[in-house]
Design a protein around this ligand. Sequence first.
Ligand code: ATP
Ligand code: MG
Length: 110
Amino acid sequence: MAKSKVIAVANQKGGVGKSTTVFNLGAGLAAQGKRVLLLDVDPQGDLTKMLGLRQPHDLKLTLATVMKDVVDDVQRGGHPEILHHSEGFDFIPGNRALSAVEDSSISGWA
Ligand SMILES: Nc1ncnc2c1ncn2[C@@H]1O[C@H](COP(=O)(O)OP(=O)(O)OP(=O)(O)O)[C@@H](O)[C@H]1O
Ligand SMILES: [Mg+2]
């Protein structure tokens, strides 16, 4: 973990290739032998759809679940939310539930 790197792909402008970049960067790094975990932090779930899960909003275990567990101080065994992609990387899907986590964590600070 000490040598792990976190890369965030963000841009205020829509439709500029953020999700496409994440997918291809992840696949490229995995092809180089790196261990890669992609996180879909977008409530639209576009990256999740790109990775083959066509109905992200129907998923029960997502990044939102993990974040809510952290906020609620809940600990689960294993990491069933982490999925494997055939391109050789792992990923945690995201969906519109991320918006609710954002709201609940903000109200928790009030
Ligand atoms: N290098 C590229 N050349 C041509 N088209 C591209 C390229 N990268 C992405 N695209 C296309 O541009 C469109 C938008 O890409 P993408 O969904 O990755 O953008 P985004 O920034 O994640 O969008 P959003 O803001 O909606 O999340 C898609 O149709 C994608 O296939
Ligand atoms: Mg996107």
